[in-house]
Each structure stands twice: as C-alpha cells, then as structure tokens.
Design a protein around this ligand. Sequence first.
Ligand code: URA
Length: 245
Amino acid sequence: MRLDKFICKSTELTRNEAKKLLKSGEVRVNGEVAKNAAMQVHENNSITIDGQELTARTSRYFMLHKVVDSICSNVDEVYPSVLNFIDVDKAFDLHIAGRLDADTTGLVLITDDGRWSHNVISPKKECKKTYRVWLRNAIPADKATELIEHFKQGIQLQGESSLTRPAILELVIDSDIPNEEPNNATNEVLLTITEGKYHQVKRMFAAVGNRVVGLHREQIGAIKLGELAPGEWRSLTEEEVSLFI
Ligand code: URA
C-alpha cells in the first residue's frame, strides 16, 4: 500500500494532511525519514510519526440496502453517493464492490479492502449475484421452459462478442393464485448471474424482447440482504467477510 494511504488508514488524517506531514519529515519508515507519498509499505514495516508507531486499522466491510435515486460512485453526481448512507468515519475512503444502477435497489457491499472486492467482482471468480426482476411483459407458463433454457445457454447482448455466461432464471409464481395452465403468466422472476457486464440484467431481458421495470439485488455469493430495511446498513459478520478472503 502507498505510504500516504497507510497513514490515512491508521490515523484520522486526510490524504492531503498525510502528504503535508510527509513533507515535514516527521514520518519514518524502518527508522529512515520518508517523504515519498507513493512509497510502497506493508503492515510489518515500522512506520512512525514523531516517534509514535502506527498500527494499520483493520479493513472495514459493510452491506447497504440501496434505495432508488442513489448512485454507486465515490462522488455525488445527479444523485447522492450510497457512501452518504454509511455513517462511519471517512466513509468516502470506502469503495463499492459491484455497482448497481441509480434505479436499482438492494444489496451493495462496501469495503476498503481492494483484494476482497476483487474477489466479489472479478468475472474469473464467478461469484453469483441474484436479482429479483419485474418485467413489462409477463412470461406465460408455456414459454417458461424455453426461456429458462435460453438464459442457461447464454444470451447474445448487443455490442458483445460472446454470449453471457449460463444464468439461472426462475419464475416467481404466486402460490395463492390457482394454476390456470397454460395461461398462468408472471411478471416477476429471479435471475442469478456470475458476471457484471454494464446494465447486464436489463440488456439480457431486452435481448429477448422484454423490458425490466424493477430491479432489486437480493444476494451476492452467500451474503443475503435479508431483513435490512431500505437505506439501512450494517457491518458484515466475520463469517460473511471470510467468504471472499
Ligand atoms: N444489471 C442491471 O442491468 N442493472 C443493475 O443495476 C445491476 C445489474
């Protein structure tokens, strides 16, 4: 990690304050004065400010129930960043492990551990993400098997050279409504994908002539949003963190 980042992580200082401190010559790495903010250090180096040894804070891991009209970005734009919801010190030093669109709700993982978030988002890791999807056009029961198979075989998205990876499509059928085969149709489905292409879920349904009118992420790997209310957040448990170590 860069020296200025290490200082920020282990003190209350901002990146600019850490850089000023470095210029002042008060920081030593393994006993030597260090002024280069970009110098690479690790936790077993001895890093001192004015003779006081620093210990890096452990990484932080959170989940948030994202609401509509908030954005997965480290800066506020047309809508506020989801990081505004995380009421912790230096929330904007955190980053989002797998973005959602402004109009998508649900589970967002947030951390300052780059290696951990890589394990969540890298396509190579094939981490499953499950979305509840509401569609403009209901899927009739007699078309379901064909569509499920199509999603499993892969969808050709516009502008992509290869098919999407096998996805699991499940129809959500309201069990209170008596089954009126073959016309029993549903607008609500669950979709599990292992990639995170730009607007992937919306584009997958567009490619089969449908349109997503509501999108909500319920699960990432084995981490479930559960009962967390919209706009609420919590720290991940040790067990949840360990899933992506
Ligand atoms: N796919 C989308 O189209 N949008 C999201 O927000 C997430 C997945």
